[in-house]
Ligand binder design. Structure first.
Ligand code: ARG
Length: 567
């Protein structure tokens, strides 16, 4: 595809001899000001002239082919460039024809590896709505980086280790038979956990037993290990139901326990730095100079911590994957934790490449608009229930409005899950998210179902003609009306939008973009008759519909949203 910004930059460079001119060229917010604009006041110091003069000078010397740049204007010291719509239409359509669903992809990630740590629920605890965000954001980032050519490793850093397992084992020892763990593992294990915690509060000696159990687990005791494995296996089976609903996959399920034999090395490296110090019986890395509380490496009883396991994981991932970036997706409650861990990681003697590549990607909390949602647990909202509720709400709508629809269940699943995912990815991730069924399931709002609905519309148009015309037969001159050009201009940006989303680790940039595409298609559709008597016209418009169809499906796919064929 023609890179117009680069074409402009190269020409302006010849005239001005400024090498990094590309970086100065902007896309004006106001469409009246052209497609690209050069703010000449930024060159004033270097060229020692007034902006208006610079602009005029450059303009006079520039030579563009009329077929590429149709107009250049000087306005208030800005040099505004207007792309010839024909060139734009042609290059975008051709690119679609060549690349199809690869439209917008790139190879900027070639030979680079990104490790993404996401989802990471805790064994024997409910997979709750907070983990939904981590799962959905992490999965979107996974797809986005893949699309940009990176080698991506998705890791579910399961919370499968820690003192709570000592408690669970104790509870199970005492009352295991009373609970039906097989058929309903997480609920039942949670009950045991609550019960043993209460007992610990009353009876110090029980707490001591629990601590012992964890110590035994760390030392490889057979009974404790077996039980722990069983808890892990059953929990994973339950989590898997959620992953299946979301269609999320991981390359590695190495959770915290995986690092149990890899922490001694970390402790010994830290010891050698002389910075591992005693503090109230624990061993810590002092982070005073960074205005942070110390990073606790070993607790008073000698057991390791969440942070130590994260340090061991950094070491392991650097060695195993040789990562360029390691991304962690969790709620903002863990900002301090990762700051401490990343700072401490600099003491591990790793190449700077690795410690520079550590990135925490925090997100905001989920708030319920009504404060209530149907759930079995009272105030803990289980993700599986929530996803199933989304599906059943959509099913109801389908029954009311379109009960003859084929594959009703499949569609309800795609729309229900798509709505939840889209809602999760619609705002900058750090913002708290409002969870409200009516908003996210609104087919006319800026929602997942709206995107899907517009996609389905393109599908049904394409179905009517039943044949996609060959690109060589399309007369691009027939797509010069405003609505068509506006849609095509926005399509042109897809590649750079995906790169921006990756740069900022912000999938919402793609969500908003897709809504924009859907709305622009809607205007195109409302203003133009697609199926019409003029067959040449019809072919051109069909082709644009076809491009929109591909783009919507593929863009939504990056977010983890599936498109139904009909709805
Ligand atoms: N299990 C943790 C939680 O539920 C999240 C783990 C995030 N990843 C990590 N490497 N610390 O809060």
């Amino acid at each position: 595809m023609l890179d117009f910004k680069n074409i402009i930059a190269e020409e302006v460079k010849k005239v001005t001899n400024i090498d990094n001119i590309y970086e100065y060229i902007e896309v004006p917010a106001n469409k009246e000001m052209g497609d690209y604009s050069l703010p000449c006041f930024k060159l004033a110091r270097e060229l020692k002239k007034a902006p208006q003069m610079i602009a005029n000078d450059i303009k006079e010397q520039l030579k563009f082919e009329e077929e590429l740049i149709s107009k250049i204007e000087v306005v208030n010291g800005y040099l505004n460039f207007y792309i010839n719509p024909l060139a734009l239409v042609k290059t975008v359509l051709e690119e679609f024809s060549n690349k199809q669903s690869e439209f917008g992809n790139s190879n900027i990630g070639e030979n680079k590896t990104i490790v993404i740590d996401y989802s990471s629920p805790n064994i024997a605890k409910p997979f709750h709505i907070g983990h939904l965000r981590s799962t959905v954001i992490g999965n979107a980032l996974y797809n986005i980086y893949k699309f940009l050519g990176y080698n991506v490793i998705g890791i579910n850093h399961l919370g499968d280790y820690g003192t709570q397992f000592g408690k669970l084992i104790e509870g199970y020892k005492r009352w295991g038979k009373e609970y039906d763990i097989e058929s309903n593992p997480i609920d039942e294990l949670t009950k045991i956990y609550v019960r043993i915690n209460n007992l610990c509060k009353e009876d110090e000696s029980v707490l001591e037993e629990c601590r012992n159990n964890f110590k035994k687990l760390e030392d490889g005791d057979e009974y404790c290990t077996e039980l722990w494995q069983e808890f892990r296996k059953l929990s994973l089976k339950e989590f898997q139901r959620v992953y299946d609903l979301l269609d999320v996959h991981f390359d590695s399920l190495n959770g915290e326990a995986f690092y149990s034999d890899k922490m001694a090395e970390i402790v010994s490296i830290l010891e050698k730095t002389g910075k591992l110090v005693e503090s109230e019986g624990a061993r810590v890395i002092n982070l005073d100079e960074y205005d942070m509380p110390p990073c606790i490496i070993e607790k008073t009883n000698g057991s390791t911590t969440y942070a130590t396991r994260d340090l061991a994981a950094i070491m392991y991932r650097a060695r195993t994957y040789n990562f360029d970036k390691a991304i962690y997706v969790t709620s903002y409650e863990q900002i301090l934790h990762f700051k401490q861990v990343f700072e401490t990681a600099k003491l591990l003697g790793l190449d700077k490449k690795y410690t520079d590549g550590l990135i925490h990607v925090p997100f905001g909390m989920v708030q319920l608009k009504t404060g209530k949602m149907s759930t079995r647990e009272g105030n803990i909202i289980k993700l599986e229930d929530l996803l199933n509720e989304a599906i059943s709400r959509v099913s109801k709508v389908i029954e009311e409005k379109n009960s003859d629809l084929e594959n009703k269940e499949e569609v309800a699943k795609k729309v229900g899950i798509g709505a939840v995912i889209f809602n999760d990815l619609y705002n900058s991730r750090i913002k708290d998210e409002i969870f409200d069924w009516d908003t996210m399931l609104n087919f006319n709002g800026e929602t997942g179902p709206y995107l899907q609905y517009m996609y389905v519309r393109t599908n049904s148009i394409l179905e009517k003609v039943n044949k996609i015309p060959n690109i060589n037969t399309i007369n691009v001159e027939l797509l010069q009306d405003n609505a068509s050009v506006n849609l095509i201009k926005e399509m042109y940006n897809f590649g750079s939008i995906v790169k921006q989303a990756a740069d900022k680790n912000e999938p919402y940039i793609i969500s908003r973009y897709l809504i924009n595409i859907a709305q622009l298609f809607s205007s195109f559709y409302n203003e133009n008759k697609i199926i019409c008597d003029d067959k040449k016209m019809q072919e051109a418009r069909i082709y644009l519909t076809y491009c929109t169809n591909i783009l919507l499906k593929n863009g939504a796919g990056l977010l983890g949203i599936k498109m139904p064929d009909k709805m």
